[in-house]
Structures are given as structure tokens and as C-alpha cells.
Design a protein around this ligand. Structure first.
Ligand code: HEC
Ligand code: HEC
Ligand code: HEC
Ligand code: HEC
Ligand code: HEC
Length: 181
């Protein structure tokens, strides 16, 4: 009898953990998420040591909603010439030879019911990428730094004075429709 009860409790605990973890993911609070990529692309080498500008690769961030992941052609601007052999660069060349896209694993997940636009923040508000993504130029593998939840958005909007706590109709402050429609 005791054994069955113990199994049952263990089952319930495991079940709850799975549900809670999945809900957490689905609610996009997966701060710290750091997936392994098909090629070990390192921001530390490219954006850090080689000082390549973020916008050189994520050029769409100034133009619209998404920052975008660079197409393989951008890699070839340099890697057509950089001959130095390594397992990871061989993988890159293999993708190119086969004309295949690299299937990068998405790090940040954002719900459909909320709206976020990069150009409003990068071009208009002139915020550094690091303000929201942390010191990416030091990362060998990208890791989500912030929760990306509503409170996080509003905290900065309040700090910047575009969301006075008592004014429900101001810019992206209390006006829900700015971020939800
Ligand atoms: C040489 C091109 C290149 C440069 C320069 C570059 N990135 Fe990236 N970035 C990539 C590639 C490729 C990926 C997809 C693989 C990965 O996640 O590591 C990526 C992924 C990301 C992601 C995660 C996207 C997701 O899946 O959610 C963020 C955030 C990011 N970069 C920010 C930056 C910032 C900030 C800088 C400047 C400090 C920068 N990148 C510079 C190529 C680049
Ligand atoms: C005000 C905060 C903020 C700033 C500034 C910001 N980002 Fe983002 N970024 C986000 C949020 C929120 C997401 C998730 C929403 C999404 O997928 O668009 C995201 C997602 C991304 C992604 C993956 C999804 C996509 O949009 O392609 C990349 C790549 C990225 N950011 C790169 C950058 C780069 C490079 C810069 C600077 C040029 C930058 N971000 C500036 C908040 C920001
Ligand atoms: C502006 C030039 C430039 C661009 C664009 C660029 N790289 Fe690089 N990449 C370099 C340099 C320089 C190195 C360092 C090579 C060395 O150590 O001698 C490097 C190193 C690498 C390495 C590490 C090799 C190793 O194992 O030591 C990989 C993998 C790589 N790049 C993949 C990519 C991918 C994927 C893209 C496109 C998203 C890309 N690179 C875009 C210049 C570039
Ligand atoms: C680090 C600070 C910061 C963070 C974090 C931030 N924002 Fe903003 N946001 C700003 C600033 C500054 C502006 C004002 C740009 C301007 O001058 O119009 C802005 C503007 C906006 C606008 C346009 C407002 C308008 O009046 O049209 C929207 C929509 C928006 N943000 C949504 C979001 C969402 C959604 C998030 C969270 C996922 C977020 N922001 C996170 C700083 C931030
Ligand atoms: C600055 C942008 C922004 C504004 C303004 C905003 N929201 Fe949100 N909201 C978000 C983001 C991003 C999410 C998704 C992340 C999350 O669940 O916190 C969200 C999530 C939500 C959720 C789902 C929360 C949950 O726990 O599942 C509700 C409900 C919501 N918002 C209602 C509102 C209402 C009502 C207003 C107006 C008083 C409002 N929001 C204003 C950005 C915003």
C-alpha cells in the first residue's frame, strides 16, 4: 500500500513539474535558455574579438519588427576567403555546398498576443541591443538574459517616462492596444 502511495505521489510531482515547466516556456519566461546550435557560432569571436557590428548581421533590426538571423550568404562574405580549417567551418562550408539553410534554434520565444517591434527600440529609441540582450559580444553561445514579460517592458517604459503609472492612455504605458491587438 505504502509503495503505491509513494509511486502515486512521485507521479503527481513529476506531472506537475512537467506542466509547470511547459507553462513557463509557453509564457516565455525562459530566462537563461541557452540552446546548442547546429554550428557553434560564437558571438564572442565575431562581435567581441573581431568587433563586427551587430547590425552588420542583424540588419533588419533597424527596419522592422524582427532583428532576423543573417542568411548564409553573409557568412560567406568572409568565410569564402578565411581558409583556416576547423570542424565548425567545415560544417558551414558543407551547408553552403549543399545549398541548405542552417537550422538555427530560436533562443527567444515571444507570444503572438503581444507586439514587439525592434525598429521602434533600435532606430527610434536608440537603445543598445545589450540593454535587452545583455553582453552578447562575450557569449560563445547566446543565452536569454531577460524574462521578456509584461512587467519588464513596463518597467523600462516607466523609467523612460513613457508610461506614467496613473495615465492609462499614454503611449505604450497604460494603453493596452499599443502592445496587444
Ligand atoms: C557575424 C554575424 C553576427 C554578428 C556580428 C552578430 N550576430 Fe547575433 N546571431 C548571429 C547568428 C548566426 C545567430 C543564430 C545562432 C545563435 O543563436 O548563436 C545569432 C543570434 C542572435 C540572438 C538570438 C536570436 C534568437 O534566436 O532568439 C541575439 C539576441 C543576437 N544574435 C544578438 C546579437 C547582438 C546584440 C550582436 C552584437 C553585439 C550580434 N548578435 C552580432 C549572427 C551574428
Ligand atoms: C527594448 C528591448 C530590445 C532591444 C533594444 C533589442 N531587442 Fe532584440 N529582442 C527583444 C525582444 C523582446 C525579443 C523577442 C521578440 C521577438 O521575437 O521579436 C527580441 C528578439 C531578438 C532576436 C530574435 C528574433 C528576431 O527578432 O529576429 C534577435 C536576433 C535580436 N532580438 C537581436 C537584436 C539586436 C541585434 C539588437 C540591437 C541592434 C536588439 N535585438 C535590440 C528585445 C530587444
Ligand atoms: C566579417 C567577417 C565574418 C563574417 C561575416 C562571419 N565570420 Fe565567422 N569568423 C570570422 C573570423 C575572422 C573568424 C576567426 C577565424 C580564426 O580564428 O582564424 C571566424 C570564426 C568562425 C568560426 C569558428 C571557427 C573555429 O572553430 O575556430 C565559425 C564556426 C564561424 N566563424 C561561423 C560563421 C557563421 C555561421 C557566419 C554567418 C552567420 C560567420 N561566421 C560570419 C569572420 C567572419
Ligand atoms: C530598455 C527599455 C525598454 C524596454 C525593455 C522595452 N521598451 Fe518599448 N519603448 C522604449 C522606448 C524608449 C520607447 C519610445 C520610442 C519612441 O521614442 O517613440 C518604446 C516604445 C515602444 C512602443 C511604441 C510606443 C508608441 O507610442 O508607439 C511599443 C509598442 C513598445 N515600446 C513595446 C514594448 C514591448 C512589448 C516591450 C517588451 C517586450 C518593450 N517595449 C520593452 C523602451 C523600452
Ligand atoms: C509595453 C507593452 C505592453 C503594454 C502597454 C501592455 N502589455 Fe500586456 N503583455 C505584454 C507582453 C510582452 C506580454 C507577454 C508576456 C507576459 O505574459 O507577461 C503581455 C501579457 C499580457 C497578458 C497575459 C498575462 C498572463 O499572465 O498570461 C494580459 C492579460 C495582458 N498582457 C493584459 C494587458 C492589459 C489589460 C494592458 C493595459 C492595461 C496591457 N496588457 C498593456 C506587453 C504589454
Amino acid at each position: 500500500m505504502k509503495k503505491i502511495a509513494l509511486l502515486l505521489i512521485t507521479g503527481i510531482i513529476i506531472g506537475l513539474t512537467v506542466i509547470l515547466t511547459r507553462t513557463g516556456r509557453e509564457m516565455n519566461f525562459n530566462k537563461g535558455y541557452e540552446p546548442q546550435q547546429p554550428i557553434n557560432f560564437s558571438h564572442k569571436i565575431h562581435a567581441g574579438e573581431r568587433e563586427i557590428k551587430c547590425l552588420y548581421c542583424h540588419f533588419a533590426a533597424e527596419k522592422g519588427r524582427h532583428a532576423g538571423i543573417p542568411p548564409t550568404e553573409i557568412c560567406m562574405n568572409c568565410h569564402a576567403k578565411i581558409k583556416k580549417g576547423s570542424e565548425e567551418i567545415d560544417k558551414l562550408k558543407d551547408y553552403i555546398k549543399k545549398g541548405k539553410n542552417i537550422e538555427w534554434i530560436k533562443v527567444h520565444h515571444f507570444p503572438d498576443f503581444a507586439y514587439f517591434n525592434h525598429s521602434q527600440h533600435v532606430r527610434v529609441a536608440k537603445l543598445d541591443c545589450q540593454k535587452c540582450h545583455g553582453p552578447v559580444e562575450t557569449m560563445t553561445r547566446v543565452k536569454q538574459q531577460k524574462t521578456l514579460n509584461m512587467g519588464w517592458c513596463l518597467d523600462c517604459h516607466r523609467e523612460k517616462g513613457i508610461a506614467p503609472p496613473n495615465d492609462h492612455k499614454s503611449k505604450a504605458g497604460g494603453d493596452c492596444a499599443r502592445c496587444h491587438y
